[in-house]
Write a protein that binds this ligand. Structure first.
Ligand code: ASP
Ligand code: MG
Length: 291
C-alpha cells in the first residue's frame, strides 16, 4: 500500500487536478492500493481565512464567497449545497459577533480539505473508479489546542485501522489532510501545512511501504536553490544526512514520524513539464529519502 499526498497547488483547477487524477489512477491500476491524502485545493485555505477576516470586520463577503464556491465546483457537477449552507451560517455568525474564536476558525478552515477530498473522490467516480472521501476527523483524535492540535496517536491508530478495514476492497480512499477532531468531537486542525503530518500518520497506521509526496519543489537540495545558485539536488538521501545537514523535507514532526517507522519518502515535483510522464514510467525525478 502506498500513501500519495498532494499539496494545494497540485490540486488546483486545470492541469493540476487532471494530473493528480492520472497519477492516482495509474497507481491504482498498477496495484499499489493507493491511499490518497489531500490538502485544500489551490489557495482555498488562505481564501477561507480571508473570508473569516472580512466577516470579523463586519464587511460584506458575498462576492468573495461566490468566487470561492465557483472555484470549488469548477469542472464537476458538484453543488456542495450542504457545505454552502454550513459555511454561510458560520460566516454570518462571525459577522454578527465581530469575532472568531480559534475553535470557530478551525471549524471554518476545515472546509478546504473536506471539499477537496469530496471533489477528488467525485472526479474519480466520474472516470469510472470507486472512490470514497474520508474525513480524517473520523479517526484522528487530538487535544483541543485549536489551530495546532496534538494527535493522540494510539486511539487514532485504532480508529484508523478499524475504519479502513471496513472499506470495500477496490475503493480508493481520498482522505483529508490537516484536519481532525478533539476527544469531545470538535473540529481541530494540525497547523498550517499539516497535511504532510496527516499523510505520515496514515502511512504509519496503515503500514504503507512508501509515502509519495507530490509537491512543487523538485526534491531536496544541499541549500536553498533560490538563495544559493551552487545548490545541488540529491537523488537519494538518508534520514541521518537530513538531520546532520539540517535540511528541510517536510516539517520536522512529519519527517520524524516517517523515520521512526522506517518509511521511505519520495518528493516529486509536479510543475516541470514532462515530469508526469516520468512519474508514470516510474523514473526517479525527485529525491528519495530512505535509510
Ligand atoms: N491547507 C492547509 C494549509 O494550507 C494544510 C496543508 O496544505 O497542508 O496550510
Ligand atoms: Mg495548503
Amino acid at each position: 500500500m502506498k500513501v500519495l499526498k498532494f499539496g494545494g497547488k497540485s490540486l488546483d483547477n486545470g492541469l493540476g487536478i487532471a494530473t493528480v487524477l492520472d497519477i492516482i489512477i495509474d497507481s491504482y491500476e498498477q496495484g499499489d492500493a493507493p491511499v490518497v491524502v489531500v490538502s485544500a485545493r489551490g489557495k482555498s485555505t488562505d481564501a477561507l481565512l480571508a473570508l473569516v477576516e472580512q466577516a470579523r470586520r463586519g464587511e460584506a463577503f458575498d462576492e468573495e464567497l461566490s468566487r470561492f464556491w465557483a472555484h470549488q465546483g469548477e469542472g464537476l457537477s458538484l453543488s456542495f449545497e450542504k457545505e454552502q449552507r454550513e459555511l454561510g451560517r458560520l460566516l454570518t455568525g462571525i459577522s454578527l459577533l465581530r469575532e472568531c474564536s480559534p475553535r470557530l476558525e478551525d471549524a471554518l478552515v476545515s472546509y478546504g480539505e473536506v471539499l477537496s477530498s469530496k471533489y477528488v473522490a467525485e472526479a474519480l467516480r466520474a472516470r469510472g473508479y470507486s472512490a470514497v472521501a474520508i474525513d480524517s476527523g473520523d479517526f484522528l483524535v487530538t487535544d483541543d489546542h485549536f489551530g495546532s492540535a496534538s494527535v493522540f496517536t494510539e486511539v487514532s491508530r485504532e480508529r484508523c485501522q478499524a475504519l479502513f478495514a471496513g472499506l470495500p476492497s477496490g475503493t480508493i480512499p481520498i482522505v483529508t489532510g490537516f484536519i481532525a477532531r478533539s476527544e469531545a468531537g470538535e473540529r481541530t486542525t494540525l497547523g498550517r501545512n499539516g497535511s504532510n503530518y496527516s499523510a505520515a500518520l496514515l502511512a504509519n497506521f496503515l503500514g504503507a511501504s512508501i509515502m509519495e509526496n507530490f509537491t512543487h519543489v523538485d526534491g531536496i537540495y544541499t541549500a536553498d536553490p533560490e538563495k544559493d545558485p551552487t545548490a545541488t539536488k540529491f537523488d537519494r538521501i538518508t534520514y541521518d544526512e537530513i538531520y546532520n545537514r539540517g535540511l528541510k523535507v517536510m516539517d520536522l514532526t512529519a519527517t520524524t514520524m516517517c523515520r521512526e517507522n522506517n518509511l521511505p519518502i519520495i518528493v516529486f515535483d509536479m510543475d516541470t513539464p514532462g515530469n508526469l510522464i516520468k512519474v508514470l514510467r516510474g523514473e526517479s525525478i525527485g529525491t528519495f529519502v530512505g535509510f
